[in-house]
Design a protein around this ligand. Structure first.
Ligand SMILES: [Zn+2]
Ligand SMILES: [Zn+2]
Length: 220
């Protein structure tokens, strides 16, 4: 036995566990209980739940593996905001929205790391980014009510079925883009459905095209 940095007694066996770089290992305090709730709750047969895996995903090193019980996301979008550009090291982010209960991380909260981009802290404070703690592959964004998964981790994503299920409906924060995408999908200046559209040919913002304002106008 030895004592870890937080004074917990641990077995030598425990030393072999992957190190949690970004968050405390502790699970005994009330403030740690989120680790056992969705989306980190492990769905197994013991609870008598029927979690039927429709899709499977994993990080680059394979430490983080998950299953999805939903055939297709609630929505799928490309986000061109500068935070996504920087945090993904990519021109834009591809995010598929799911309920927190749609995902089963095979090892629960283990091997995951968290980052709160608002406070720039490595704590589990929502909304936050979730990565593999070992290979640092971005896994998802965890919002207050939903999760936004990155579909390129999913097995079979580049099959006709995968492409169809995860096809995007729109682009958001298109004004911040580093590349132009001419795919005929709606391109919002800011949040999808809540900001003006951008014309993909001219790159100009289309005045009065905000669906939310239009709807409110009709209701008046
Ligand atoms: Zn990994
Ligand atoms: Zn973004």
């Amino acid at each position: 036995m030895y004592k870890d940095s937080e004074g917990n007694k641990r077995s030598e066996e425990g030393k072999k566990e992957p190190h949690q770089h970004q968050s405390s290992n502790r699970t005994d305090r009330p403030e740690d209980q989120w680790k056992f709730r969705a989306p980190y709750k492990i769905h197994d047969d013991k609870g008598g739940e029927n979690f039927e895996a429709k899709w499977k995903g994993k990080c680059h090193c394979g430490a983080v593996q998950y299953e999805l019980s939903r055939e297709k996301p609630l929505a799928s979008k490309y986000c061109h905001c500068t935070t996504c550009q920087r945090m993904h090291g990519a021109p834009f982010q591809w995010a598929a929205i799911f309920h927190k209960t749609d995902i089963n991380f095979v090892r629960g909260h283990h091997d995951l790391g968290w980052y709160d981009p608002t406070a720039k802290s490595t704590t589990h404070h929502l909304p936050c980014k979730v990565q593999c703690a070992y290979c640092r592959t971005p896994i998802m964004d965890e919002g207050r009510n939903m999760i936004l998964l990155f579909p390129t981790l999913i097995e079979g994503i580049n099959t006709p079925e995968g492409r169809k299920a995860f096809e995007v409906q729109s682009h958001m924060f298109y004004q911040q883009r580093v590349v132009d995408v001419k795919d005929g999908k709606p391109k919002y200046k800011g949040l999808a459905g809540e900001s003006n559209l951008v014309d993909e040919e001219t790159g100009e913002e289309i005045e009065g095209s905000n669906p939310k304002e239009r709807k409110e106008g009709e209701e008046k």
